[in-house]
Each structure stands twice: as structure tokens, then as C-alpha cells.
Design a protein around this ligand. Sequence first.
Ligand code: NAP
Ligand code: HSE
Length: 430
Amino acid sequence: MKDKVEIGLMGLGVVGVGVENALREKVEDFAKQVGAPLVVKRILVRDPSKKRACQVQPHLLTTNPQHIFDDPGIDIVVEVIGGESPAYDYIKEALSRGKHVVTANKEVIAKHGFELLSLAAEHNVALLYEASAGGGIPLISPLRHDLLANKVSAIHAIINGTTNYILTKMALEDVDFTAALREAQELGYAEADPASDVEGIDAAYKLAILAALAFQTQVLPGDVYHEGISRLAARDFCYAKELGYTVKLLAIAKREDNTFQVRVHPTFIPDDLLLAKVNGVFNAVQIDGDLTGRILFYGQGAGALPTSSAILADVVRLAQNMSQGSSPMPRVQMDQTMAAKPISEIETRYYLRMTVADRPGVLAQITRVLGELLISISSVIQKEVDERAQSAEIVIMTHPARERAMQQAVSEMGKLEAVREISNLVRVED
Ligand code: NAP
Ligand code: HSE
């Protein structure tokens, strides 16, 4: 047993600072759990002169990753740089040099997880990534261990803190999109490029990671259909409320025989669902297992402290394993035969908002298009009339319909002379 476990920290931004602070403040607790202190030996940054919200000794900072790879004393590398490059290469190099890696990087894990886990196994080290999905909520470990006896049929999840924060502000406090995004950035929730959050890309990476473990098959980011929240307008929130729904950026994974569907998009969900009550930076992941039935994980999905909780749990577990001389945890066995179902093949209900000419026969033209494509209407609202423009706003809720048919209907309705604008099409999940 070594007299200390040395860590190379890559990245000292929002999450890196959280990890560094917690390691210092809880040094005795961790030492008790591991049997030796956890010590940060080197920290990789881009700009060593930057002011940071932690008290690191300047000599620990480096801009050269080799100072971490080449140091034989460093057993565990914590990667919190983010993005695909250079993080992917750094993780590969660390594993190849026989170092355990703990990462919060969903992009790298979603895109390259399979390859990296194999590389880790080859070098008899571990690659742990609890912080890559759901911030402080334990998800990866329950899926890898505690739920293994289940056949998971579905996941419905709110897994992006930034967009849930924005949607909550827009729905409940009438704050506009730009102001809400700015607040989420100031609070440290957003990615370096917040388009990744807003466009549903971050949630798609996380869903690929969770679905792969839940269905025990390979799920790549390219399999996940994703749509962001930027098309949602204040009017959509008003109609949702009137119809008894809440708007969430939902990540959905469903197993169907030998296929699975994985998608991330704004979704109307009934107000009385628990997921509808998940607000602000909180995330929730609902999992349907054949033995457990429905279970729900809930907690803060972003931010320095919740994320450092997930990272440090991985670090402590690795250090405990090292101190007991145990080998890295076994990998989940993956079934390669399941295929992703294209979005055009899914069936769901829809909310459709459009602006049309306010004159006789227009509704009949619209319902004819839907009828010809076998799309059944469950309700229609027409109430906002702009007399000067002689236009009206129509909202249609459908019964379950095939996505391919719905997209064709939208395209055909868009060509009708009486349709001024198709304002939004949002999927509904009951
Ligand atoms: P961040 O605040 O942007 O910090 C990134 C850090 O990496 C900075 O310290 C930066 O150095 C360093 N860095 C960036 N590029 C580098 C390069 N080429 N070489 C060396 N250092 C480099 O990011 P973050 O919010 O902490 O997120 C880090 C990771 O955690 C990402 O994968 C993110 O998706 C994930 N994550 C974040 C959260 C959250 O709430 N923020 C939650 C869960 C997971 P400088 O400081 O010198 O610029
Ligand atoms: N940008 C991410 C989010 C960070 O808002 O959820 C947590 O992964």
C-alpha cells in the first residue's frame, strides 16, 4: 500500500475547482476511507495566470500534459477539460500509460466509450465516468450494478440542467430565453459552447451513455435524434398550460424487441407526472425495469459541487480498490445485435401550432391533409385572431401518429396558400 494516492487533475474550470476544493476540505475523510491521503500532484490548465476560485499552489499548474503522463507517482488522472479534443487523446494516453482515469466528459464517453473501455481493460486499469450524466445523481453505477438483474424497457429523463433551468424560468417566471441562458452560464451549468446544451446535443450524449448501459448494447451519438429548445415561444408555454401539460426537453429511450429508439426533443408531458415537477437545474431519470417497475432518480444535474461528488466517488472507489489490491470492476457485456430505430418510424402524439388566413374553409383544408395521412385529431383550439392581418392561430393536438406521416403533413400544410406559418410541432408523451 502506498503512503498516498496521487492524482493528476486535467482542467481547473467550474468542475475542476469543485474537485480541488472538495479534495482539500475533505482530506481527512477521504484518507480514512482509503487508508491513505488523496493528493493532487499536478494540474493541467490552458492559462496558468488565470484567477481561480481555489487556493492551488502555483507550482502545481502546468500547460504540458506530459508532466502528468510521465509522472510514475500519478495513479489516477481526473479529466475535466471537456470537449472531444484534446481530452480524448489525453484519456487514451493516460490509460495506455497504465493510469486509471475518471472523467466527466460525456462527449468522449458517448463517442469513444467502447474503444476506451477496451483500452482500459487491456492495460488493467479502470475508466470511470459517473459524472458524465446527471451531475450529482448516481446513474452509471446503479445501471452497471444495482439494476443489472432487470430488463430495462424505457428511460424518460430530464438530463440537461441548463435547458431545464431555462425552460423553468420561461414557464414559471416569464424570463426570456437569452436572460435565462445567461443566468445558467453565470451559475456554471452550461457547456463551454452553450449551443451543445440548447440544441439537445449534451442530452443526446448522456442518453447514448445511459441507454447503452440500460439496454446493454452499443448506442452511438449518431443514433440519437435530437432537437433543441430554441423554437419554443412563450405562446407554446401558454397553450401547454391550458391543455394540462408542461414543456420539458425530454430524453427518451425505449426498447422494442430487437430495436431501440433514442431521442431528445422538447416534449409536452402531463402536469401530474413527477417529471413535470422537476424544475431549475434539477434532473430526473425515470427507468422502467421488469423487476423494479418504475424508479426515479432525482437531483442536481449540473454545477461544481454535485459534479465533484460524482467524480470523487469514482476516485475514492478506485483508491480503495488500489489499497485493497483488487482488480478493476468487470465490464457490462454488450449485445451488438440491437439496432436503432429511425425517428421517422416512431409513433407519438403531436402538438401543432400554426398561423392561418382567417376565412371560411381553412380548417377543412388542414384537416383534409391530416385525414389523408391517417392522422387523427384529438382537439383543436382557435382563439387568437389578428383582425388587421386577417389571420388566426390554430393549435391541433393529435392522437398517436407515425412521425413520417406527421412530417409529410407539416410539409403539405406548409404549401397551402391559407397557411401563413407553421410555428411549432412538439411531440407529446403521455
Ligand atoms: P470549464 O469551466 O470550461 O473548464 C475547463 C477547464 O479545462 C479549464 O480549466 C481550462 O483551462 C481547461 N482546458 C480547456 N482546454 C484545455 C486544453 N486544451 N489544455 C489544457 N487545459 C484545458 O468546464 P467545466 O464546466 O468545468 O466542465 C468540464 C467537464 O465536465 C466537461 O466535460 C463538462 O461537460 C463536464 N461537466 C460539467 C458540469 C458542469 O456543471 N459544469 C457538470 C457535469 C459534467 P483554463 O482554466 O486555463 O482556461
Ligand atoms: N451543461 C450540462 C448541463 C452540465 O447543463 O446539464 C452537466 O452535464
